[in-house]
Design a protein around this ligand. Structure first.
Ligand code: MHO
Length: 191
């Protein structure tokens, strides 16, 4: 709980920023986040498997569903961090990962989240955080399918894997350096 009031209202965000091992690893170190679950959303296939999503033909993106305490972490600030740790300017691509399943996407849960996402994108484009304009999709949230168990907590459980060392670890390091004031005190319990 990290010191937060356990009776306070919680908010849920669903965000796709490329490979969900990366976004899960980052968000699970963020103060105010209470649960992070990797999964699939934004497509049409029902109960998709990882292998099906990897083909790029299910319409789904790899996403994380984040439950957070908005009195500790606002949706605005969560999005600012999200847009810093993944590249929202490359269409259907994050580095070496190419395909619609790696698209940058905000699946908003209500009009307020939609408005906040538009506002944060404007702010960061104005700041020229990424120089280029954002290609992030803003779409209404419909369904979330949790990923297979072995994808949960993947970075913590597989730190020596090649992808984890060369792709996930640098993103986590960048996040820790840039947002050191936002790191949680104790590790997040497994989802
Ligand atoms: N290209 C990476 C992506 C992993 S991710 C969970 C791999 O196939 O290992 O999509």
């Amino acid at each position: 709980m990290d010191g937060a009031d356990s009776t306070a209202a919680r908010e849920v965000a669903t965000l796709g920023g490329g490979c969900f091992w990366c976004t899960e690893a980052v968000f699970s170190e963020l103060r105010g986040v209470e649960r992070v679950e990797p999964g699939y959303s934004g497509g049409t296939a029902v109960n998709p498997t990882y292998e099906q999503v990897c083909t790029g033909r299910t319409g789904h993106a790899e996403v994380v569903q984040v439950t957070f305490d908005p009195s500790v972490l606002s949706y605005h600030d969560l999005l600012t961090i999200f847009f810093t740790v993944h590249d929202p300017t490359t269409l259907n691509r994050q580095g070496g990962d190419v395909g619609t399943q790696y698209r940058s996407v905000v699946l908003y849960h209500d009009d307020q989240q939609k408005a906040t996402a538009e506002e944060v994108i404007r702010e960061l484009e104005d700041e020229k955080l990424w120089r280029k304009n954002f290609v992030t999709q803003l779409v209404p949230f419909a369904v979330f399918y949790p990923a297979e168990e072995y994808h949960h907590d993947y970075f913590r459980r597989n730190p020596t894997g090649g992808y984890c060392q060369f792709v996930v670890a640098p993103k986590v390091a960048k996040f820790r350096a840039k947002f050191s004031d936002r790191l949680r005190a104790a590790p997040l319990a497994r989802a």
